[in-house]
Write a protein of this length. Sequence first.
Length: 441
Amino acid sequence: MMSDDWAQRSLKAVWHPCTQMKSHEDFPLLAIQRASGAYLYDHQGKSYLDSISSWWTNLFGHTNPIINQAIKNQLDQLEHAMLAGITHEPVVLLSEKLSALTNNQLGHAFYASDGASAVEIALKMSFHYWRNLGNGDKNRFICLKNSYHGETLGALSVTDIPIFTDAYSVLTRQPIIVASPDARLAPAGISAESYAKSCLTELEELLQSSHSQIAAIIIEPMVQCAAGMAMYSADYLKGLRLLCDQYHVHLIADEIAVGCGRTGKFFACEHASIWPDLITLSKGISGGYLPLSVVLSTDTIYAAFYSNNTSQGFLHSHSYTGNPLACAAALASLKIFEDENYLVKNQVLSQQLYDAFTWVTDDLRIQDIRQLGTILAFDIKSQIAPPQFSKIFYAKALEHGLLIRPIGHTVYVMPPYILTKEQIQFLASAVRHTLDSICPL
Ligand SMILES: Cc1ncc(COP(=O)(O)O)c(C=O)c1O
Protein backbone atom coordinates (compact mmCIF):
# COMPACT_ATOMS: atom_id res chain seq x y z
CA MET A 1 0.00 0.00 0.00
CA MET A 2 1.13 3.56 -0.71
CA SER A 3 1.74 6.22 1.96
CA ASP A 4 -1.36 8.13 0.81
CA ASP A 5 -3.60 5.12 1.45
CA TRP A 6 -2.33 4.75 5.01
CA ALA A 7 -2.76 8.48 5.55
CA GLN A 8 -6.41 8.26 4.44
CA ARG A 9 -7.14 5.27 6.68
CA SER A 10 -5.39 6.99 9.57
CA LEU A 11 -7.63 10.05 9.20
CA LYS A 12 -10.67 7.82 9.74
CA ALA A 13 -9.36 5.65 12.57
CA VAL A 14 -6.67 7.58 14.44
CA TRP A 15 -7.17 10.77 16.43
CA HIS A 16 -3.75 12.41 16.16
CA PRO A 17 -2.13 14.37 19.00
CA CYS A 18 -1.74 18.12 19.11
CA THR A 19 -3.81 18.41 15.94
CA GLN A 20 -6.96 20.06 14.68
CA MET A 21 -7.88 17.04 12.57
CA LYS A 22 -9.68 19.17 9.96
CA SER A 23 -6.37 20.85 9.12
CA HIS A 24 -5.40 17.59 7.39
CA GLU A 25 -7.83 18.50 4.63
CA ASP A 26 -5.16 21.02 3.55
CA PHE A 27 -2.03 19.43 5.05
CA PRO A 28 -1.97 15.68 4.38
CA LEU A 29 -0.59 13.25 6.96
CA LEU A 30 2.79 11.71 6.26
CA ALA A 31 2.72 7.91 6.54
CA ILE A 32 6.09 6.45 7.50
CA GLN A 33 6.97 2.84 6.77
CA ARG A 34 10.39 2.47 8.34
CA ALA A 35 13.30 4.40 9.80
CA SER A 36 17.05 4.10 10.04
CA GLY A 37 19.67 6.39 11.56
CA ALA A 38 18.62 10.02 11.13
CA TYR A 39 16.03 9.21 8.45
CA LEU A 40 12.37 8.28 8.27
CA TYR A 41 11.15 6.64 5.02
CA ASP A 42 7.68 6.68 3.50
CA HIS A 43 6.12 3.79 1.57
CA GLN A 44 7.58 5.04 -1.70
CA GLY A 45 11.07 5.00 -0.15
CA LYS A 46 11.39 8.81 0.06
CA SER A 47 13.59 9.81 3.01
CA TYR A 48 13.02 12.58 5.55
CA LEU A 49 15.85 13.79 7.77
CA ASP A 50 14.49 13.85 11.32
CA SER A 51 15.83 17.27 12.31
CA ILE A 52 13.83 17.36 15.55
CA SER A 53 14.71 13.90 16.84
CA SER A 54 11.02 12.92 16.67
CA TRP A 55 10.13 15.49 19.33
CA TRP A 56 13.35 15.30 21.38
CA THR A 57 13.19 11.55 21.83
CA ASN A 58 15.56 10.01 19.33
CA LEU A 59 19.15 10.62 20.40
CA PHE A 60 21.17 7.92 18.64
CA GLY A 61 19.23 7.35 15.45
CA HIS A 62 16.22 5.23 14.56
CA THR A 63 16.48 1.44 14.75
CA ASN A 64 19.84 1.80 16.45
CA PRO A 65 21.42 -1.69 16.46
CA ILE A 66 22.69 -1.45 20.07
CA ILE A 67 19.36 -0.35 21.52
CA ASN A 68 17.48 -2.82 19.31
CA GLN A 69 19.62 -5.65 20.63
CA ALA A 70 19.22 -4.56 24.25
CA ILE A 71 15.43 -4.60 23.90
CA LYS A 72 15.48 -7.98 22.14
CA ASN A 73 17.64 -9.47 24.91
CA GLN A 74 15.34 -8.06 27.57
CA LEU A 75 12.26 -9.31 25.71
CA ASP A 76 13.38 -12.92 26.10
CA GLN A 77 14.15 -12.38 29.79
CA LEU A 78 11.33 -10.34 31.34
CA GLU A 79 8.91 -8.17 29.38
CA HIS A 80 7.06 -6.65 32.32
CA ALA A 81 6.22 -7.14 35.96
CA MET A 82 4.41 -4.73 38.25
CA LEU A 83 6.84 -2.67 40.31
CA ALA A 84 4.81 -2.56 43.53
CA GLY A 85 6.32 -5.25 45.77
CA ILE A 86 8.55 -6.52 42.93
CA THR A 87 11.82 -5.31 41.51
CA HIS A 88 14.13 -6.34 38.66
CA GLU A 89 17.63 -5.80 37.38
CA PRO A 90 16.97 -3.19 34.65
CA VAL A 91 15.09 -0.83 36.99
CA VAL A 92 17.72 -1.12 39.73
CA LEU A 93 20.61 -0.58 37.32
CA LEU A 94 18.91 2.39 35.68
CA SER A 95 18.08 4.01 39.03
CA GLU A 96 21.67 3.60 40.22
CA LYS A 97 22.97 5.06 36.98
CA LEU A 98 20.67 8.09 37.16
CA SER A 99 21.61 8.67 40.77
CA ALA A 100 25.30 8.58 39.82
CA LEU A 101 24.65 11.12 37.05
CA THR A 102 23.42 13.53 39.75
CA ASN A 103 26.51 12.84 41.88
CA ASN A 104 24.08 10.97 44.13
CA GLN A 105 22.38 14.26 44.99
CA LEU A 106 19.03 13.01 43.68
CA GLY A 107 19.30 9.32 44.40
CA HIS A 108 15.65 8.17 44.48
CA ALA A 109 14.02 7.36 41.15
CA PHE A 110 10.22 7.18 40.79
CA TYR A 111 9.03 5.98 37.37
CA ALA A 112 6.11 6.69 35.05
CA SER A 113 5.57 6.55 31.31
CA ASP A 114 5.26 10.02 29.81
CA GLY A 115 6.62 13.44 30.58
CA ALA A 116 3.32 14.85 31.83
CA SER A 117 2.95 12.00 34.35
CA ALA A 118 6.43 12.78 35.67
CA VAL A 119 5.37 16.41 36.12
CA GLU A 120 2.22 15.29 37.98
CA ILE A 121 4.38 13.15 40.23
CA ALA A 122 6.86 15.94 40.97
CA LEU A 123 4.04 18.37 41.86
CA LYS A 124 2.30 15.81 44.08
CA MET A 125 5.58 14.84 45.74
CA SER A 126 6.45 18.42 46.53
CA PHE A 127 3.06 19.21 48.04
CA HIS A 128 2.93 15.89 49.93
CA TYR A 129 6.41 16.52 51.33
CA TRP A 130 5.25 19.79 52.90
CA ARG A 131 2.03 18.15 54.11
CA ASN A 132 3.98 15.37 55.77
CA LEU A 133 5.95 18.07 57.58
CA GLY A 134 2.71 19.65 58.83
CA ASN A 135 2.82 22.45 56.22
CA GLY A 136 -0.24 21.56 54.13
CA ASP A 137 -0.79 25.26 53.41
CA LYS A 138 2.15 25.11 51.06
CA ASN A 139 0.02 23.90 48.18
CA ARG A 140 0.52 26.40 45.35
CA PHE A 141 2.93 26.24 42.45
CA ILE A 142 4.86 28.89 40.56
CA CYS A 143 5.69 28.56 36.90
CA LEU A 144 7.27 30.90 34.38
CA LYS A 145 5.41 32.95 31.79
CA ASN A 146 5.08 30.89 28.57
CA SER A 147 6.07 27.70 30.37
CA TYR A 148 5.10 24.25 29.10
CA HIS A 149 5.08 21.15 31.27
CA GLY A 150 2.65 18.82 29.52
CA GLU A 151 -1.05 18.44 28.93
CA THR A 152 -2.60 16.34 31.65
CA LEU A 153 -4.66 18.45 34.06
CA GLY A 154 -1.96 18.75 36.72
CA ALA A 155 0.72 19.55 34.15
CA LEU A 156 -1.59 22.10 32.50
CA SER A 157 -1.91 23.74 35.92
CA VAL A 158 1.72 24.84 35.59
CA THR A 159 1.62 25.55 31.85
CA ASP A 160 1.14 29.02 30.40
CA ILE A 161 0.46 28.47 26.72
CA PRO A 162 -3.11 29.58 26.00
CA ILE A 163 -3.68 27.28 23.03
CA PHE A 164 -3.25 24.34 25.42
CA THR A 165 -4.65 25.78 28.66
CA ASP A 166 -7.58 28.04 27.77
CA ALA A 167 -10.20 25.40 27.02
CA TYR A 168 -9.52 23.63 30.31
CA SER A 169 -9.02 26.58 32.66
CA VAL A 170 -12.14 25.73 34.67
CA LEU A 171 -10.74 22.26 35.31
CA THR A 172 -7.25 23.25 36.37
CA ARG A 173 -5.79 24.98 39.38
CA GLN A 174 -4.34 28.36 38.51
CA PRO A 175 -0.57 28.64 38.89
CA ILE A 176 1.25 31.74 40.04
CA ILE A 177 2.95 32.91 36.87
CA VAL A 178 6.15 34.92 37.15
CA ALA A 179 8.21 36.69 34.49
CA SER A 180 10.18 34.50 32.13
CA PRO A 181 13.90 35.28 31.78
CA ASP A 182 13.59 34.61 28.01
CA ALA A 183 16.36 36.82 26.59
CA ARG A 184 14.04 37.94 23.75
CA LEU A 185 11.73 39.62 26.28
CA ALA A 186 14.41 42.01 27.56
CA PRO A 187 13.13 45.56 26.96
CA ALA A 188 15.07 47.64 24.41
CA GLY A 189 18.31 48.94 25.90
CA ILE A 190 18.33 46.38 28.74
CA SER A 191 20.76 43.47 28.51
CA ALA A 192 19.46 39.91 28.78
CA GLU A 193 21.43 39.50 32.03
CA SER A 194 19.95 42.62 33.67
CA TYR A 195 16.51 41.58 32.53
CA ALA A 196 16.96 38.08 34.03
CA LYS A 197 18.06 39.72 37.29
CA SER A 198 14.92 41.85 37.34
CA CYS A 199 12.86 38.66 36.89
CA LEU A 200 14.55 37.27 40.02
CA THR A 201 13.80 40.48 41.93
CA GLU A 202 10.14 40.19 41.01
CA LEU A 203 10.15 36.57 42.13
CA GLU A 204 11.79 37.44 45.42
CA GLU A 205 9.06 39.98 46.19
CA LEU A 206 6.47 37.30 45.60
CA LEU A 207 8.29 34.75 47.76
CA GLN A 208 8.72 37.27 50.59
CA SER A 209 4.98 37.72 50.84
CA SER A 210 3.68 34.27 49.85
CA HIS A 211 6.27 31.58 50.49
CA SER A 212 4.15 30.04 53.25
CA GLN A 213 1.61 29.02 50.57
CA ILE A 214 4.08 27.91 47.91
CA ALA A 215 5.26 24.33 47.55
CA ALA A 216 7.50 24.64 44.51
CA ILE A 217 8.55 26.53 41.45
CA ILE A 218 8.81 24.46 38.29
CA ILE A 219 11.04 25.54 35.43
CA GLU A 220 12.50 24.25 32.17
CA PRO A 221 16.20 24.90 32.82
CA MET A 222 18.05 27.04 30.26
CA VAL A 223 15.50 26.64 27.42
CA GLN A 224 11.72 27.07 27.50
CA CYS A 225 11.12 24.84 24.54
CA ALA A 226 7.43 25.15 23.65
CA ALA A 227 7.73 28.91 24.20
CA GLY A 228 9.77 28.87 20.99
CA MET A 229 13.17 27.72 22.25
CA ALA A 230 13.37 30.67 24.64
CA MET A 231 16.90 30.63 26.05
CA TYR A 232 18.16 32.32 29.19
CA SER A 233 21.31 32.60 31.24
CA ALA A 234 22.58 30.11 33.81
CA ASP A 235 22.80 33.00 36.31
CA TYR A 236 19.02 32.99 36.51
CA LEU A 237 19.11 29.35 37.65
CA LYS A 238 21.81 30.13 40.23
CA GLY A 239 19.70 32.98 41.62
CA LEU A 240 16.62 30.76 41.60
CA ARG A 241 18.37 28.07 43.64
CA LEU A 242 19.37 30.66 46.25
CA LEU A 243 15.84 32.05 46.48
CA CYS A 244 14.31 28.57 46.80
CA ASP A 245 16.72 27.77 49.65
CA GLN A 246 16.08 31.10 51.36
CA TYR A 247 12.28 30.84 51.20
CA HIS A 248 11.91 27.06 51.65
CA VAL A 249 10.34 26.38 48.29
CA HIS A 250 11.20 23.32 46.16
CA LEU A 251 12.93 23.82 42.85
CA ILE A 252 11.58 21.36 40.25
CA ALA A 253 13.73 21.17 37.12
CA ASP A 254 11.72 19.82 34.22
CA GLU A 255 14.52 18.28 32.13
CA ILE A 256 12.08 16.25 30.03
CA ALA A 257 13.13 18.05 26.85
CA VAL A 258 16.50 19.57 27.75
CA GLY A 259 17.99 16.63 29.67
CA CYS A 260 20.10 13.73 28.35
CA GLY A 261 22.86 15.90 26.95
CA ARG A 262 20.77 18.07 24.65
CA THR A 263 22.14 21.39 25.93
CA GLY A 264 25.77 20.32 26.19
CA LYS A 265 25.59 18.98 29.77
CA PHE A 266 23.81 15.80 30.76
CA PHE A 267 21.37 17.84 32.88
CA ALA A 268 20.73 21.44 31.78
CA CYS A 269 20.93 22.51 35.46
CA GLU A 270 24.62 21.64 35.37
CA HIS A 271 25.22 24.82 33.32
CA ALA A 272 24.54 26.68 36.59
CA SER A 273 26.32 24.10 38.80
CA ILE A 274 23.16 23.66 40.84
CA TRP A 275 20.99 20.68 41.77
CA PRO A 276 17.24 21.07 42.04
CA ASP A 277 15.12 19.24 44.64
CA LEU A 278 13.28 17.25 41.99
CA ILE A 279 14.20 16.46 38.38
CA THR A 280 11.75 15.20 35.78
CA LEU A 281 13.24 13.27 32.86
CA SER A 282 11.63 11.56 29.86
CA LYS A 283 11.73 11.79 26.05
CA GLY A 284 15.41 11.05 25.23
CA ILE A 285 15.94 8.83 28.24
CA SER A 286 14.86 5.67 26.37
CA GLY A 287 16.68 6.76 23.20
CA GLY A 288 13.32 7.42 21.53
CA TYR A 289 12.14 3.84 21.81
CA LEU A 290 9.62 3.34 24.59
CA PRO A 291 7.54 5.51 26.92
CA LEU A 292 9.53 6.09 30.08
CA SER A 293 9.70 8.96 32.52
CA VAL A 294 11.28 9.36 35.90
CA VAL A 295 11.29 11.78 38.81
CA LEU A 296 14.55 11.98 40.72
CA SER A 297 14.40 13.26 44.29
CA THR A 298 16.76 14.14 47.10
CA ASP A 299 17.31 12.20 50.33
CA THR A 300 15.51 14.98 52.20
CA ILE A 301 12.34 14.59 50.16
CA TYR A 302 12.49 10.81 50.26
CA ALA A 303 12.96 10.79 54.04
CA ALA A 304 9.77 12.80 54.59
CA PHE A 305 7.73 9.92 53.13
CA TYR A 306 9.54 7.12 55.01
CA SER A 307 7.25 6.20 57.88
CA ASN A 308 5.20 3.52 59.61
CA ASN A 309 2.17 5.43 58.44
CA THR A 310 0.96 4.17 55.03
CA SER A 311 -0.74 7.42 54.04
CA GLN A 312 2.51 9.30 54.61
CA GLY A 313 4.00 7.27 51.76
CA PHE A 314 3.85 8.31 48.13
CA LEU A 315 0.93 6.14 46.96
CA HIS A 316 1.07 7.10 43.30
CA SER A 317 1.29 4.35 40.65
CA HIS A 318 0.96 3.55 36.96
CA SER A 319 0.59 0.03 35.53
CA TYR A 320 3.76 0.16 33.47
CA THR A 321 5.93 1.89 36.06
CA GLY A 322 9.56 0.88 35.57
CA ASN A 323 8.82 -1.36 32.58
CA PRO A 324 11.88 -3.59 32.02
CA LEU A 325 11.93 -3.14 28.23
CA ALA A 326 11.91 0.65 28.58
CA CYS A 327 14.58 0.48 31.30
CA ALA A 328 16.72 -1.77 29.07
CA ALA A 329 16.40 0.77 26.25
CA ALA A 330 17.39 3.55 28.65
CA LEU A 331 20.38 1.60 29.94
CA ALA A 332 21.54 0.95 26.37
CA SER A 333 21.13 4.66 25.52
CA LEU A 334 23.09 5.76 28.57
CA LYS A 335 25.78 3.23 27.72
CA ILE A 336 26.12 4.63 24.20
CA PHE A 337 26.21 8.13 25.67
CA GLU A 338 29.07 7.23 27.99
CA ASP A 339 31.03 4.70 25.89
CA GLU A 340 31.12 7.03 22.91
CA ASN A 341 31.60 10.16 25.01
CA TYR A 342 28.69 12.08 23.55
CA LEU A 343 29.25 15.06 25.83
CA VAL A 344 32.41 15.70 23.83
CA LYS A 345 31.00 14.52 20.48
CA ASN A 346 28.07 16.91 20.87
CA GLN A 347 30.46 19.85 21.19
CA VAL A 348 31.60 19.01 17.67
CA LEU A 349 28.01 18.59 16.46
CA SER A 350 27.10 21.90 18.07
CA GLN A 351 29.96 23.70 16.27
CA GLN A 352 29.09 22.01 12.97
CA LEU A 353 25.48 23.15 13.32
CA TYR A 354 26.66 26.68 14.06
CA ASP A 355 28.95 26.66 11.01
CA ALA A 356 26.32 25.24 8.68
CA PHE A 357 23.81 27.89 9.74
CA THR A 358 26.11 30.96 9.48
CA TRP A 359 23.92 32.14 6.55
CA VAL A 360 21.15 33.02 9.02
CA THR A 361 23.20 35.75 10.68
CA ASP A 362 23.08 38.04 7.61
CA ASP A 363 19.60 37.06 6.51
CA LEU A 364 17.24 40.02 6.77
CA ARG A 365 14.22 37.74 7.15
CA ILE A 366 15.61 36.35 10.40
CA GLN A 367 16.07 37.61 13.96
CA ASP A 368 17.01 36.30 17.42
CA ILE A 369 19.40 33.57 16.37
CA ARG A 370 20.26 31.41 19.37
CA GLN A 371 21.93 28.13 20.16
CA LEU A 372 22.63 26.00 23.18
CA GLY A 373 24.33 22.66 22.67
CA THR A 374 22.55 20.92 19.82
CA ILE A 375 19.45 23.15 19.85
CA LEU A 376 19.63 25.88 17.21
CA ALA A 377 16.73 28.29 16.70
CA PHE A 378 15.83 31.56 15.04
CA ASP A 379 12.69 33.60 14.45
CA ILE A 380 11.25 34.68 11.12
CA LYS A 381 10.25 38.34 11.32
CA SER A 382 6.50 38.53 11.73
CA GLN A 383 6.04 41.06 8.94
CA ILE A 384 7.54 38.51 6.53
CA ALA A 385 6.00 35.24 7.66
CA PRO A 386 2.75 34.32 5.87
CA PRO A 387 -0.31 33.22 7.86
CA GLN A 388 -0.03 29.55 8.95
CA PHE A 389 3.75 29.89 8.59
CA SER A 390 4.58 26.86 10.73
CA LYS A 391 2.24 24.51 8.86
CA ILE A 392 3.37 25.74 5.44
CA PHE A 393 7.03 25.48 6.43
CA TYR A 394 6.50 21.94 7.72
CA ALA A 395 4.78 20.85 4.50
CA LYS A 396 7.33 22.52 2.18
CA ALA A 397 10.24 21.07 4.14
CA LEU A 398 8.86 17.58 3.59
CA GLU A 399 9.14 18.19 -0.16
CA HIS A 400 12.84 18.94 0.49
CA GLY A 401 13.23 15.68 2.45
CA LEU A 402 13.24 17.29 5.88
CA LEU A 403 11.09 16.73 8.96
CA ILE A 404 10.91 19.99 10.91
CA ARG A 405 8.08 21.61 12.93
CA PRO A 406 8.37 25.34 13.60
CA ILE A 407 6.58 26.78 16.62
CA GLY A 408 4.82 29.96 15.53
CA HIS A 409 7.54 31.90 13.68
CA THR A 410 10.38 30.06 15.41
CA VAL A 411 12.34 27.64 13.24
CA TYR A 412 14.43 25.24 15.29
CA VAL A 413 16.48 22.09 14.87
CA MET A 414 17.61 19.60 17.50
CA PRO A 415 18.77 16.60 15.48
CA PRO A 416 19.80 13.15 16.68
CA TYR A 417 23.35 13.20 18.05
CA ILE A 418 24.58 10.87 15.29
CA LEU A 419 24.26 13.38 12.46
CA THR A 420 27.22 13.48 10.07
CA LYS A 421 28.75 16.69 8.75
CA GLU A 422 27.18 16.02 5.34
CA GLN A 423 23.77 15.50 6.90
CA ILE A 424 24.16 18.77 8.80
CA GLN A 425 24.98 20.55 5.52
CA PHE A 426 21.92 18.98 3.94
CA LEU A 427 19.80 20.07 6.93
CA ALA A 428 20.98 23.69 6.78
CA SER A 429 20.47 23.97 3.02
CA ALA A 430 17.05 22.26 3.15
CA VAL A 431 15.98 24.83 5.79
CA ARG A 432 17.25 27.63 3.57
CA HIS A 433 15.53 26.31 0.42
CA THR A 434 12.30 25.84 2.35
CA LEU A 435 12.47 29.40 3.65
CA ASP A 436 13.29 30.72 0.17
CA SER A 437 10.25 29.01 -1.30
CA ILE A 438 7.91 30.46 1.38
CA CYS A 439 9.40 33.90 2.00
CA PRO A 440 11.43 34.76 -1.12
CA LEU A 441 14.15 37.37 -0.53
C1 LIG B 1 9.47 20.56 29.19
C2 LIG B 1 8.42 19.53 28.97
N1 LIG B 1 7.76 19.02 30.02
C3 LIG B 1 6.82 18.09 29.88
C4 LIG B 1 6.47 17.61 28.63
C5 LIG B 1 5.39 16.57 28.50
O1 LIG B 1 5.92 15.34 28.07
P1 LIG B 1 4.96 14.28 27.36
O2 LIG B 1 4.59 14.84 26.03
O3 LIG B 1 5.79 13.05 27.25
O4 LIG B 1 3.78 14.10 28.25
C6 LIG B 1 7.13 18.11 27.51
C7 LIG B 1 6.77 17.65 26.14
O5 LIG B 1 7.07 18.27 25.15
C8 LIG B 1 8.12 19.10 27.68
O6 LIG B 1 8.79 19.63 26.63
